[in-house]
Design a protein around this ligand. Sequence first.
Ligand code: ADP
Ligand code: MG
Ligand code: MG
Length: 246
Amino acid sequence: EVILEAVDLEYSYPDGTNALRKINLQVRKGEKIAILGSNGAGKSTLFMQFNGIYRPSSGSIKYQGQDISYKNKALIELRKKVGIVFQDPDSQLFSASVYQDISFGPLNLGFSEEKVADRVKRALTDTETTDLEDKPTHLLSYGQKKRVSIAGVLAMEPEVIIFDEPTAGLDPRHSQEFMQLLEKLSIEGITIILSTHDVDLAYSWSDRIAIMYSGAIIAQGEPGELFMRTEIVERADLALPWLIEM
Ligand code: ADP
Ligand code: MG
Ligand code: MG
């Protein structure tokens, strides 16, 4: 069952930068998808489209078969179902305390205070940040901020979570802890899309990989078969010069 889909998606920034070219990507329910690509490939721009932040220049984004690119009601629905964890946690944390930051989303969705408190508690537990609940957000370490920003998204109880370069800037231990959290979310049935420069991570973690280069998906498939195809490796070598070292 396809849950989220980009259909012939194109996007140019107002300054004319052609950031996405004819992107076709289907995300199935419960899948783990890695978007692999080096800096400037278009990963973050694609994610803004999946979350309905940017409007496509042409083509569309569909959530459960519904075009969300311009229909306001569907877009609001989408925001409840598709969460995005930005690369920089500071862009997601803006309240005085951790509790306020995590409760912001569900409060906005109109849940009662009791329900909100429930969700925050669960999100704190899942991200192992219960001890941070009353801390001022600005005093947290980078790793703590990262976890709290994830908790904020979890509290919305989305069906799909998009992580933009989640392991960038994390040390190996935190990286590993993060991957364990992803595994837990995946087991709970959440569909996960992440972007990374890390071939090994994409290869070992994902059900499917899409390789982006210069705004296009130049190859996609299951990791096992993807890197067996020589034409893919040749094309991927262009996108990811270090791939050849695998
Ligand atoms: P990635 O996340 O893979 O590093 P991005 O989606 O950030 O790639 O960028 C894709 C392309 O769009 C790059 O050429 C980048 O310079 C350009 N770009 C990103 N943000 C903007 C912006 N706000 N205005 C103009 N061009 C942008
Ligand atoms: Mg980048
Ligand atoms: Mg990016």
